[in-house]
Write a protein that binds this ligand. Structure first.
Ligand SMILES: C[S@@+](CC[C@H](N)C(=O)[O-])C[C@H]1O[C@@H](n2cnc3c(N)ncnc32)[C@H](O)[C@@H]1O
Length: 246
């Protein structure tokens, strides 16, 4: 099957053991904000960088930004607070995570439209910029490519996309980097057995790609010059721009 024909998948279609199933578990959703703050090195700085990179191209008045994997609302809250002239469309297939986003946003929700679904359920745009944070590592390569293509189709030519997700070299180094990340996420004094189990679970359940594979997917989806703007253990962030020709 041609990879481009894969529709982006909803988490509840992920089947037994789907990591994304965590986004419909009430206890996991309730602790999401606190866990994410602990598990993502420099989360506030990361959001600030994303906002500044989008700000290079998104019009200050009336700019439209697409947020894919918008559940929880963390990047929406940060971007909406610092860029008062922007409007946002956020899409996420977890109703529970969308509810959390509404709570996180509070009054800022006035400039945000949330859509229950995947990128194909988002408005056509055109958008002036897009983000996809902490989401693509849940998607196997065909769905990842379909998601990136769906984002590209909704962007103006030349518009920026910021992505951040786990991206790890293949081979012997992979386990070592997953262990380092798991140790960081566990915080000081983390239990070694739980850290080892957490690193093993990441490796077993996430369809991880290597950085060069992620960059290749961005190019195949119609983005030019993917450039790394964030790197923290296994989490990597790229800025890429929609090809004029795609
Ligand atoms: C770790 S959370 C990240 C949420 C937010 N972007 C952040 O940085 O806090 C991953 C989110 O991706 C969503 N998700 C899973 N599959 C998706 C897909 N195919 N398209 C869009 N979002 C998806 C999940 O429901 C979940 O809300």
């Amino acid at each position: 099957m041609d990879e481009s024909s894969h529709a982006a998948r909803r988490p509840h279609e992920g089947g037994p053991g789907s990591v994304a199933g965590a986004f419909s578990d009430p206890a996991a959703v309730a602790s999401y904000l606190e866990r994410t703050r602990r598990a993502v090195p420099g989360l506030d700085v990361l959001h600030d960088l994303v906002g500044r990179l989008l700000d290079e191209a998104v019009p200050r008045d009336g700019g439209r930004v697409l947020v894919v994997g918008a559940g929880g609302g963390l990047e929406l809250r940060h971007l909406a607070a610092r860029h008062p002239g922007w409007r946002f469309d956020g899409v996420d297939p977890s109703g529970e995570m969308l509810d959390l986003a509404r709570t996180t946003l509070g009054p800022l929700a006035e400039r945000v439209t949330l859509h229950d679904g995947v990128v194909d359920d988002a408005p056509e745009g055109p958008f002036d910029g897009a983000t996809c944070l902490l989401t693509l590592h849940f998607l196997p390569a065909p769905e990842r490519l379909a998601t990136l293509r769906g984002i590209r189709r909704r962007l103006r030519p030349g518009a920026p996309l910021a992505t951040v997700h786990h991206s790890v070299p293949a081979g012997a180094e992979r386990d070592a980097w997953l262990a380092r990340y798991a140790r960081y996420a566990a915080g000081p004094g983390g239990d070694p057995e739980r850290i080892a189990a957490s690193a093993a679970a990441l490796g077993a359940h996430l369809p991880l790609l290597a950085p060069e594979e992620d960059e290749e997917l961005l190019r195949r989806a119609g983005f030019r010059n993917p450039a790394r703007f964030y790197a923290a253990l296994t989490l990597q962030g790229w800025l890429a721009h929609a090809d004029d020709a795609a």
